[in-house]
Design a protein around this ligand. Structure first.
Ligand code: PMT
Length: 369
């Protein structure tokens, strides 16, 4: 059963949320693009599966004319990387992402860690600009895949910024994907804010630092800013029960920092929302291991072999394995060897998920026969 709120069911709370918070300005144009995308693939390749990948963090604005906002850590690595592997596995991808977070393909050459300028050289005093020799092979591979996705119109990029924008977009896209039926997959990797300031309590203008903040967002003495946040209704229930196409597969993520909680919280989410799969990850090991938790009590760990783990500033390798509860899976780790080329865990997650999606589609076809 979905959790109920003080005023009624979770569905009521979601409905109230949409009525009391304004839709994003870009909603209509995004929906038009998505309709066109769905229709194109539905008509030109009816068997093609389609995935909605959500990616990056949502913001919680403190003012209507926003100067300040609350944010979270997500850079969109999981979503952007997964989108590439979905494309490799034959899916058409709608990529609903936090504006300016990582994007499929360009992620290899963006931000401070992989600044694109470092991959290039000047080609003599009169010449142009070239890609440095040692990077050419990889860049060519990335470029080929990018061009393939673009030429075949397989990737639709739609940005959001705030939690409210995200939720309006999610609802609209799920409804637009209905013609895809069981071929639709929802891969909810975004880190969605759990708390927000309702529109009627939000300050219009920039909160003044020396103002006497009473009521509204802030209260307390003049030098403090005390913010009262309301819980964002849990929308997974609405997605599963009413927005998403009948027979589609819904996969959510669960992020925890305490290894003792991860699997139990993933199971709790599955019971509560009755969807298909929760992929659990710990903040400190998320680049190297994840767990697939299924409704039949399954706990299946996927891990990058030791010699293929790429370095991560925020990751803690010693935490690998600490959240495993059943210890049923035994992975042969290639211990001790020299680190070969880094492997992205999404290269293991997505083929496995594509297989599970295929099995789910078969089961649903049998059930409805
Ligand atoms: O971007 P990276 O740096 O690579 O990080 C990737 C990640 C760690 C953010 C990603 O792998 C991940 O775990 N994402 C989900 C984070 C999380 O735990 O979200 P949550 O516990 O707030 O929500 C769980 C699920 O419920 C999510 O799939 C979300 O879509 C859904 N949800 C959340 C809030 C809400 N109001 N309604 C929802 O339905």
């Amino acid at each position: 059963m979905p959790p109920s709120t003080t005023n009624g069911t979770a569905a009521d709370a979601a409905e109230e949320y949409f009525q009391t918070n304004p839709p994003p300005k870009a909603l209509a144009s995004h929906q038009a693009l998505a309709r066109e995308f769905v229709q194109y693939h539905h008509e030109t390749s009816p068997g093609r599966r389609m995935v909605l990948v959500t990616s990056g963090g949502t913001t919680v604005p403190l003012e209507n004319q926003t100067v300040r906002f609350i944010d979270n850590f997500s850079a969109g690595t999981r979503g952007a990387t997964s989108a590439e592997y979905f494309l490799k596995n034959g899916y058409a991808v709608i990529f609903l992402h936090r504006q300016f977070s990582l994007l499929p393909y360009s992620r290899h050459y963006s931000h401070s860690t992989n600044c694109f300028l470092d991959f290039m050289d000047e080609d003599g005093p009169e010449g142009g600009v070239v890609v440095r020799k040692e990077y050419q092979e990889k860049m060519r591979r990335v470029l080929e895949e990018y061009h393939y996705a673009k030429q075949n119109r397989l990737l639709l990029l739609l940005p959001f910024t705030t939690v409210t924008e995200y939720l309006f977009e999610l609802r609209g896209l799920a409804e637009i994907m209905r013609p895809i039926g069981s071929g639709a997959l929802f891969y909810l990797a975004a880190a969605v804010s759990d708390f927000f300031i309702p529109r009627e309590r939000m300050e219009e203008h920039k909160i003044q630092s020396r103002e006497d903040n009473t009521g509204g967002v802030g209260s307390g003495n003049s030098r403090q800013l005390v913010i009262n946040l309301d819980p964002v209704p849990k929308f997974l229930n609405n997605l599963v029960q009413s927005w998403a196409p009948t027979g589609s597969m819904v996969v959510s993520f669960k992020l925890e920092t305490d290894p003792n909680l991860l699997v139990a919280k993933a199971e709790q989410a599955l019971q509560r929302y009755q969807h298909d799969l929760v992929i659990g990850n710990l903040l400190t090991t998320r680049k190297w291991e994840v767990v697939f938790v299924t409704r039949d009590g399954g706990e299946h760990w996927i891990r990058v072999p030791k010699t293929r783990r790429s370095k991560s500033f925020s990751g803690i390798e010693a935490d690998i394995g600490t959240a495993e509860r059943k210890h049923e899976e035994h992975h042969v780790d290639l211990e001790g060897g020299k680190v070969t080329e880094g492997m992205e865990i999404e290269s293991l997650i997505i083929p496995e998920l594509a297989y599970l999606h295929g099995e789910t589609m078969k089961q649903r076809a049998e059930q409805s026969a």
